[in-house]
Write a protein of this length. Structure first.
Length: 148
């Protein structure tokens, strides 16, 4: 095969546009003994693909066995979810006018709301205090890593 045609096929091969027959022609050309100096790298490439085709892996592969705990936990989750949906659908929440309150109870309701918001605020403060420990740990870790 002439050199110009081989170079065109190599360009097509690098672009991923060659057919199987063209790749076979390239393999046959590079399996020969005489290859121009600037195409020696392609001879190595096609020689490697030929030897890689012949290689096989014969070792045993030990795959971990499936654990049945996952199956049982999934089944339990489905049952719990189904029961929750069933009982929620059968007991719709009904609000009555007496449960909604009136303006006479507004001061007491306002105080209960303030207490609830204070409780939420206290819980959030506890969480933010824990974040300070994490930030201090991160700063110390960064100093240690940057010093080494």
């Amino acid at each position: 095969m002439e050199l110009r045609k081989i170079e065109q096929l190599i360009k097509k091969y690098e672009a991923g546009e060659t057919s199987i027959a063209e790749e076979k022609a390239l393999r046959e050309y590079f399996s020969g003994t005489t290859v121009p100096e600037h195409l020696v790298a392609y001879k190595i490439l096609f020689a490697y693909t030929e030897t890689a085709k012949k290689q096989t892996y014969n070792a045993d592969v030990n795959l971990p066995k499936k654990k049945k705990a996952y199956v049982w936990s999934a089944a339990a989750a489905v049952i719990i979810l189904a029961l929750g949906v069933f009982f929620y659908q059968n007991n719709p929440i009904q609000m009555r006018d007496t449960e909604m309150g009136n303006l006479a109870n507004s001061e007491a309701d306002l105080e209960k709301t303030r207490q609830a918001m204070q409780m939420v605020s206290d819980i959030m403060k506890e969480g933010s205090e824990d974040l300070l420990y994490i930030k201090e740990f991160s700063n110390t870790k960064n100093k240690f890593l940057l010093d080494n």
